[in-house]
Design a protein around this ligand. Structure first.
Ligand code: HEM
Length: 398
C-alpha cells in the first residue's frame, strides 16, 4: 500500500487552492491509485479509465453509502427518502426513468428563450465601463432562475427562492445551522403547497410532470418529489454557477483563446466542453466497495472508499495528450469524453441544461462586452467538493 506525500491532501480545501494539478500529474505517472489515509482513508482514483470502470459498476462500487468525502452512512430521519444520487439499481433505474420524463419533454427552444432572457436581463443590469462582480451579476442568476422557471416558481417568489438556494448551498458545504434548517423547511413547505395545487390543476412545469410521471404503474410519492426539487437546487445551482465563473476566468486568463472565439463564434459549444474539462466544477465524488475486489491490479477491501477525482481524469495525458493543462478552445472533444458530468449510471441529469445555460451566457456576454477583462484578484471558493469562484471583479468595457 502506497502512502502519498504530505502535500497531497484531496480531503482538504486548501489543497485545491494550491496547485493540485502538479500533484495529480506526478501521481498519475508514479502511483495512479494511491491510498490516502485522511478522512477515514480512501483510494484516490486518478486515471480516466479507472473512473469509467468504477462508475459503470454500481454492483461492486455502490453510491448508497454516500458520494461525498466525509458523508458516509448518514442516518436519515424516518420517512426522508434518499436522493437519486445515492441510489443503486434497480431502485435507481426506476427513479431515474421517472424523473427523466420531467426533463425530456421540455422543448429546447423554450429553455433557450428562457435562458437568453435571463442572460440579457442580467447583462443589462451591468453599467458599461464599470467594474462588477461577474459571479453576483451573471453566474448566480442564470442557473438559479432557470431552475425556478423550470419548477414553476412565479417571479414574485424569486427573492425567497434565492434565500432557499443560498441556504441549500451553505448547508451542503458543511455550514448547516438552525437558520439554514429553517430556510430549507420553509422551502419544502412551499413546494408541498405547490405540489398540492398542481395535483389538482396541472400546469406546464416540472412539478406537474413529476406529479403525473408513470412507469409500469409506478409513480413518485410526495416526499420523493419534494426531495427531487431540493436535489435540483443543490445539484444544478452552484455547479453551473462555477462553470460560468470558472469559464469566464479561463477566457480572461487566456486572451489568445478569447480572441480566437471572438473571431470564430461557432467554436463556442466546443469551448464550453473545454471549460468543463479544464475547470471541472465538481472535483470529485466517492463510491464504496461492496466486496473485496481489484482495480488496476491492486486489492480493494470490502467497505473501502474510492475517491473519483474527475479533476485529475480530465487532464489524464493518456486521453488528452501531454498538453492537457492547456486551455484550448479548439481541442477535439468528439472522440473522447471529459468526466466533468461523471459517467455511467449517474451521468448528470442536468448536463444538457448546464451546457445550454453556459453557451447562451457566453454568446450574449461576448456580443455585449467582447472586451471584458479581469479588474482585480479573483477570490476562489474554499471547498473540497466544488471548484468555484466566490468573487470575480471584471471590467465590462462598453
Ligand atoms: C456544470 C454543471 C454541472 C456539473 C459539473 C454537474 C456534475 C454532476 C456529476 C459529476 C454528477 C454525477 C454524480 C455521481 O456519479 O455520483 C451529477 C449528477 C447529477 N446532476 Fe449534475 N452537474 C451539473 C449541472 C446540473 C444541473 C443543471 C442539474 C439539474 C438542474 C443537475 C442535476 C443532477 C442530478 C439530478 C444528478 C444525479 C443523477 C443520478 O444520480 O442519476 N446537474 N452532476
Amino acid at each position: 500500500m502506497h502512502e502519498t506525500g504530505s502535500h497531497f491532501a484531496p480531503d482538504l480545501p486548501e489543497f485545491y487552492l494550491g496547485n493540485p494539478h502538479a500533484s495529480f500529474r506526478r501521481l498519475r505517472r508514479e502511483d495512479p491509485l494511491p491510498w490516502y489515509p485522511g478522512s477515514g482513508g480512501m483510494w484516490c482514483v486518478l486515471k480516466h479509465a479507472d473512473i469509467v470502470t468504477v462508475s459503470r459498476d454500481p454492483d461492486r462500487f455502490t453510491s448508497t453509502r454516500g458520494v461525498q468525502i466525509g458523508i458516509r452512512d448518514l442516518a436519515r430521519p424516518g420517512g426522508v427518502p434518499p436522493t437519486i444520487i445515492e441510489m443503486d439499481p434497480p431502485e435507481h433505474n426506476r427513479y431515474r426513468k421517472l424523473v427523466i420524463q420531467a426533463f425530456a419533454p421540455r422543448a429546447t427552444a423554450n429553455l433557450e428563450t428562457m435562458a437568453r432572457q435571463i442572460a440579457r436581463e442580467s447583462l443589462e443590469a451591468i453599467h458599461p465601463g464599470t467594474v462588477a462582480d461577474l459571479v453576483e451579476g451573471l453566474a448566480v442568476p442564470i442557473p438559479m432562475y432557470m431552475i425556478a422557471e423550470l419548477l414553476g416558481v412565479p417571479r414574485r417568489d424569486r427573492s425567497h427562492f434565492k434565500r432557499w438556494s443560498d441556504a441549500m448551498i451553505e448547508a451542503g458545504g458543511g455550514g448547516r445551522s438552525p437558520a439554514t434548517d429553517a430556510a430549507l423547511g420553509e422551502m419544502l413547505g412551499y413546494f408541498q403547497t405547490v405540489l398540492g395545487e398542481r395535483r389538482r390543476a396541472p400546469k406546464d412545469d416540472l412539478i406537474s410532470t413529476l406529479a403525473s410521471a408513470r412507469i409500469e404503474g409506478s409513480v413518485l410519492s410526495d416526499p420523493e418529489i419534494l426531495m427531487f426539487c431540493a436535489t435540483l437546487l443543490a445539484a444544478g445551482n452552484e455547479t453551473t454557477r462555477n462553470l460560468i465563473s470558472g469559464g469566464s476566468l479561463l477566457l480572461m486568463q487566456n486572451p489568445d483563446e478569447k480572441r480566437r472565439l471572438l473571431a470564430q463564434r461557432s467554436l463556442l459549444p466546443n469551448a464550453v466542453e473545454e471549460m468543463l474539462r479544464v475547470w471541472t466544477p465538481v472535483h470529485s465524488f466517492t463510491r464504496t466497495a461492496t466486496r473485496e475486489t481489484e482495480l488496476r491490479g491492486g486489492k480493494i477491501s470490502d467497505g473501502e472508499t474510492l475517491l473519483l477525482l474527475y479533476a485529475s481524469a480530465n487532464r489524464d495525458e493518456e486521453v488528452w495528450g501531454e498538453d492537457s493543462d492547456r486551455f484550448d478552445v479548439g481541442r477535439d472533444h468528439s472522440h473522447q469524453r471529459h468526466l466533468a458530468f461523471g459517467f455511467g449510471e449517474h451521468l448528470c441529469l442536468g448536463a444538457s441544461l448546464a451546457r445550454l445555460e453556459a453557451l447562451i451566457l457566453f454568446q450574449e456576454l461576448l456580443a455585449r462586452y467582447p472586451n471584458f477583462e479581469l479588474a482585480g484578484e479573483p477570490t476562489l471558493l474554499r471547498s473540497r467538493l466544488m471548484h468555484g469562484v466566490e468573487h470575480l471583479p471584471v471590467l465590462f468595457r462598453g
